[in-house]
Unconditional design. Sequence first.
Length: 186
Amino acid sequence: MLRAGGKRGLAFGLALLLCAQLTPAGTYTAATVSVTTMVKSNCQVATSPLNFGAYDPIGVQRTNNLDVVTNQISIACVQGSVPTISLNAGNNSSHALATTRSMLRDQSPADYLDYELYQPSSTTPNAACSFSVVWGTSGGNIFNATLGSVPATKASRSYYICARVRSGQDPSVGTYSDTVTATVNF
């Protein structure tokens, strides 16, 4: 015999039994996955050809230097990198009369036209040319692109290559050229 409310009690008991079967027996702990990577110091460098244009040894360049202040070297470095930029002496610096970098005439007999590359006036991107510190490969002639602060972002920064063919030279007619290698250390 069922008493009043007996069906409800039976239904409630069956519901508890079903819930107990759906609940997992026991617990488990989740495993952890260790995630790491390393960001290494790195820089990319870009340059463009430097063209002095015409040198006139009996006209303007008889007494005035031929300066180019439009060419730049651009570097993009990983945050925290400490880049320095050096420019070698070029392919023609070893000829007998060389005291600076030299461009070689493209025909015989060999003739040279001396020039020099200078660092910009400061390490601020796009700083003006001062033509005071030769850009080279050692000591104070290496351009320290982070003097004062390391790159805060990976954004590219550009620096002028201040170029000068000194006045008063006596070159032969022809086209003169040289190749200079830029090296970024970081």
